[in-house]
Write a protein that binds this ligand. Sequence first.
Ligand code: SF4
Length: 335
Amino acid sequence: MEPEFLFELRVCRWAERAWTPADPDDAVLVARQLGVRSRRWDTLILECDPDGLDARAVFGDERLDSDLLHVVRNAPGSYAYYRDALPDPGYGWRYVREAIHEAADRGLVETRRNGNRIELRRKYRYPDWVNRVVAVENKPDLSASAARALGDQLERDVALGLADEVWVATRATGDDVAPALYERLPVEAGILAVGDGVETAWNATALAVAEPGTRILDRPSGGEHDRSAARFEYVSPEWKADKRREIAERAYERGWRSFLDTMRPDCRSFEVRDPDTPLPYCTAKGRHVTAAECKGSCPEFAPEPPAWRSKGWPVDGGPGKALRRVLERQRARRR
Ligand code: SF4
């Protein structure tokens, strides 16, 4: 049976090619394994304003973390003392100063000294480039217990309303069991049945991302003698907007082919088979491999032969490096 990791890459590839954004003019950007706090989503689909995405590109490939976003989004059009220009961050100003220096080093804002004071002004306006965020949970083998655990998790996602939609991608089984399991998931969650193609088994409901959300901290087990109350807290729309921006920034930096960063494309046995769905394949093992197997401690790892490095290498790198460059180029093109 296909490991979850490969299933996840397949879903990412499908999303990149076939996801239909709510606004047909929007660009689609896919990333994997991103989230906030303890919640990490398997696949994230960002529906992006194409002009906004272009405007975002001038800030470079690296993500802007929350401190940098605070500086870049609030930097004034003409030079001003940073404490006058930026809203109170709610944390120490010294962290703001550090972020201003980092932003200046990265060419994102301009700074100058006026006596003891640091003044800044913006170079570019940070755009609102993400219109919608869609979270997909990949669960190829949806057993009864997996559906129960997933149902609980998705209810929390729905209550929080950080993503515009939440979906579950599961292997199409073609039997009668799946619909019964689907009923254990919240009705707001969409269901994708993944076989040779991908079918929508249930459509997702749009969540209220601009409204306050509810974070479920604890909930009763629901047993006969359980009289405990659920514990929850509210989160503001502003908090959600900030988190959505941070997630989008990480997705922008990372994309979904970043699995290569943790694998060994420089191993002589490493290949990417099926250019349509670039799944990592190991010729030594004779099958597709996961990131957990294909790493430095793999007993079958063998570096690329030196001869592979003769033509212009090692400056340009061997086939592993070349492969990485091709995939990086693809990722850049899609941006
Ligand atoms: S031999 Fe090991 S390190 Fe090399 S490609 Fe196969 S799994 Fe990866």
